[in-house]
Design a protein around this ligand. Structure first.
Ligand code: AMP
Length: 302
C-alpha cells in the first residue's frame, strides 16, 4: 500500500441550486481515496456504523481500496448536511452528526504502518497526531484542516503542522491560520510553522502551490455545469497525492503535475452529486482532461 488516507466516511445530504441529494456516500476519506485509487494502492482508515450499506463498501473495494483499516462500530454512521449558496462558492452546514466518528481512535493495521505517503484528512488534530504516531518513517505527509480546528484547537493543530510536509487549505483558512490577509505573506508564515509545501485552494478560481520560494498556479477547469462542489478539496488532494505516490519524486515539476492531476480529478467530482461521476470515470478521461489543462494554460509569444 502506497498511500494511507484517514478521514471521515458516511452520508452527505446536500442541497445545491441543481437539486438535492439525500444520504449519499460522502466523507473526506471517500473522496480522497477514490480519486487516488486511479493512480496507486490506497489504504483507508475510517469508521462506519452498523447502518452503513454493504453496496458502498463493495464500491470502495471495487476501486481497489484496501479496507483493512475500515472499522464497523456499534451505532450510526457519520452524517453531514449542507446547503450551497446560489453562486455555489459558499455553503452553510445544516448539521454534523459525528455518531461513531465521535470516539474514533484507530489502531492502524500492521500493513498500514509502513505507508510511504500519508494523507491526514480534515479531522480533529488529536486524531491526526494519533494516526501519524503509528506510521514509521513516511516519506511524505499531507494534512487538510479547516476553520473549526484553526479556531478551536490551535495549539494541537500547530503541533501536527510541525510534523507534516504538505498543507492543503483554502484561501480563507490560510489567512486565518497565518493571521495575514495577503496570501503570499500568509504562505511564508505557514512555512515557518512546519509544512514546506503549501497548497491554497481557491475554489472555482484554481489553486496555488508554494514550494521553496516557487509559486505555481493551477486553474480550475472551466465547466458549464457545476452540480455539487462537495468534496472537491478532498478529491483534489486524492489526485495530488495519488500521482505523487506513483511518481515517487517530489521535485518542483512533479509537484506542478500533481497540482494539475488534483485539479483534473476535482473537476470531475463537481459535475455530479456525491461521488457519482467518479463511479464511471475512466483513466482515459483523466488523461484527456489533463491534456486539456495543458492546452488551457499554454501560450507562445508569436
Ligand atoms: P469539502 O467539500 O472538501 O469540505 O468536503 C466535504 C466532505 O467533508 C463531505 O463529504 C462531508 O461528509 C465531510 N465533512 C463535513 N464536515 C466534517 C467534519 N466535521 N469532520 C469530518 N468530515 C466532515
Amino acid at each position: 500500500m502506497n498511500l494511507l488516507v484517514v478521514g471521515s466516511i458516511g452520508f452527505d445530504t446536500v442541497e445545491t441550486p441543481h437539486g438535492k441529494s439525500e444520504k449519499a456516500l460522502g466523507g473526506t476519506a471517500v473522496y480522497c481515496s477514490v480519486a487516488a485509487s486511479y493512480f496507486t494502492k490506497v489504504g483507508m482508515v475510517a469508521a462506519v456504523g452498523t447502518d452503513f450499506p454493504e453496496q458502498h463498501t463493495e464500491f470502495l473495494r471495487q476501486k481497489g481500496i484496501d479496507l483493512t483499516g475500515l472499522m464497523t462500530l456499534p451505532g450510526e454512521t457519520f452524517h453531514w448536511g449542507g446547503r450551497y449558496h446560489p453562486d455555489m462558492n459558499g455553503r452553510d452546514t445544516l448539521f454534523t452528526h459525528l455518531n461513531v466518528f465521535q470516539d474514533f481512535k484507530p489502531t492502524l493495521p500492521k500493513s498500514y504502518c509502513s505507508a510511504p505517503l500519508v494523507f491526514l484528512g480534515n479531522i480533529h488534530p488529536q486524531l491526526q497526531l494519533h494516526v501519524l504516531e503509528q506510521v514509521q518513517a513516511p516519506k511524505l505527509v499531507a494534512l487538510d484542516t479547516m476553520n473549526y480546528w484553526i479556531e478551536g484547537t490551535p495549539d494541537l493543530l500547530k503541533e501536527v503542522l510541525k510534523k507534516v510536509d504538505i498543507l492543503f487549505v483554502n484561501d480563507e483558512e490560510a489567512r486565518q491560520l497565518a493571521g495575514e490577509m495577503n496570501l503570499l505573506r500568509a504562505a511564508r508564515k505557514i512555512w515557518s510553522m512546519g509544512p514546506r509545501i503549501i497548497v491554497i485552494k481557491k475554489g472555482e478560481h484554481g489553486a496555488l502551490l508554494f514550494y521553496e520560494g516557487d509559486i505555481f498556479f493551477a486553474p480550475a477547469y472551466p465547466l458549464e455545469n457545476v452540480v455539487d462542489p462537495t468534496g472537491a478539496g478532498d478529491t483534489f488532494a486524492g489526485g495530488f497525492m495519488g500521482y505523487l505516490a506513483t511518481s515517487q519524486n517530489f521535485d518542483h515539476n512533479h509537484l506542478r503535475c500533481a497540482m494539475i492531476y488534483g485539479s483534473t480529478l476535482a473537476s470531475f467530482a463537481v459535475e455530479d452529486f456525491s461521488i457519482e461521476k467518479l463511479r464511471t470515470l475512466q483513466e482515459r478521461d483523466i488523461f484527456e482532461r489533463f491534456a486539456a489543462f495543458q492546452r488551457l494554460t499554454q501560450f507562445s509569444r508569436e
